[in-house]
Design a protein around this ligand. Structure first.
Ligand SMILES: Nc1ncnc2c1ncn2[C@@H]1O[C@H](COP(=O)(O)OP(=O)(O)OP(=O)(O)O)[C@@H](O)[C@H]1O
Ligand SMILES: [Mg+2]
Length: 312
């Protein structure tokens, strides 16, 4: 068993003279839900196209299941479910025809493909649309069908390019649940997104890409040792605590907003905040109702790396 299900070495892509992907060294362990996170134009789709042999690298190596892409693409793609950014070309087929066709392509007998199609149409929530043509579908419905199509061959590895882009809010929540279910069943999932909160809910590994470069990669839990500097606090007497906070050297700014004290810390002295504020709260006999970082762990990494967050 190789250490990584996907591993690239110095993966690089030029379009003409433009260098779009620089020396990407992706490491995706087996069983990971790996969030490939980056803003628009960062190079996510270009990378994914190289991983799925839709595009040839300018140079660099790609290994998937320890096999070499693109040389061994047929064998690799037999174990991969791929959901492209612009899914489905078979516009005149019905959903049912399309999925059974994809099942047949992945090597199933007709009855098996039909049974799997029925199961998956239900699973992704397009059961009632079975005999609608692809060209008649909304973009969210298409995305659901594309997800079913990625799953049809029971792949060990799923490569999903912004799979939730067109889903409604409930569809997104359901989708995240399904990804977690698939991960529990032992699948490896590589999923691109520019939505931090979504990656946070779904992924245990993350790779941050910006301007074609991987700027951070690893297990989310290990990367997030970055302390936050914005805290939210609520106590039984907010104005009393606020007066105290405003006098402290480790507080750059503090104000009250909708019943919550927002505190911006001076990083140099931040440690004292965690010692002195609880001590003050105890000394004054205040009830502590909320004490938490204002930014989520991934947002903190982004802030540290880019000095700003991004949200899509
Ligand atoms: N075929 C192409 N020829 C020239 N440039 C391209 C081509 N495809 C993509 N690019 C450029 O490569 C860069 C990365 O594009 P890519 O589609 O990989 O980004 P992305 O991270 O998937 O963005 P998004 O979040 O918008 O989907 C962009 O600047 C884009 O203009
Ligand atoms: Mg893209």
């Amino acid at each position: 068993m190789p250490a990584y299900v996907i591993e690239t070495r110095d993966l690089t892509k030029f379009f003409g003279k433009r260098n779009i992907i620089y020396h990407l060294n992706l490491k995706v362990p087996g069983g990971a839900v790996y969030g490939f996170l980056g803003p628009n134009g960062a190079g996510k789709t270009t990378t994914i196209k190289m991983l799925t042999a839709a595009l040839r690298p300018t140079y660099g190596e790609i290994k998937i299941f320890d096999l070499e892409m693109p040389r061994e693409r047929v064998e690799i793609m037999g174990k991969v479910g791929y959901m492209p950014e612009q899914p489905i070309a078979y516009e005149d087929m019905t959903i049912f025809e399309f999925l059974t066709y994809m099942g047949r392509l992945s090597g199933m007998k007709r009855e098996e493909a039909v049974a799997r199609t029925k199961e998956l149409m239900k699973y992704v929530g397009v059961g009632r649309l079975a005999f609608n043509r692809i060209k008649e579908l909304s973009s969210g419905q298409r995305q659901r069908v594309a997800f079913a199509s990625a799953l049809i061959g029971k792949p060990e590895l799923l490569i999903l390019d912004e799979p939730t882009a067109n889903l409604d809010p409930l569809g997104r929540i359901e989708f995240i649940g399904k990804v977690l279910e698939l991960a529990k069943a032992g699948k490896t999932i590589f999923v691109s997104s520019h939505i931090v909160s979504e990656v946070e809910k779904m992924c245990n590994y993350v790779g941050l890409i910006k301007d074609g470069q991987l700027i951070e990669q690893g297990r989310v839990r290990e990367l997030v040792n970055v302390e936050g500097t914005d805290y939210d606090v609520v106590v039984s007497d907010n104005s009393k605590l606020l007066r105290f906070l405003k006098e402290q050297i480790y507080v750059r700014e503090a104000w009250e907003e909708e019943g919550i004290l927002r505190v911006k810390l001076d990083e140099r002295f931040a440690e004292r905040f965690f010692v002195e504020v609880p001590a003050f709260i105890a000394r004054e006999g205040l009830a502590l109702k909320l004490f938490k970082s204002h930014t989520s762990p991934l947002e903190r990494i982004l802030m540290k790396r880019f000095n700003v967050g991004w949200e899509g």
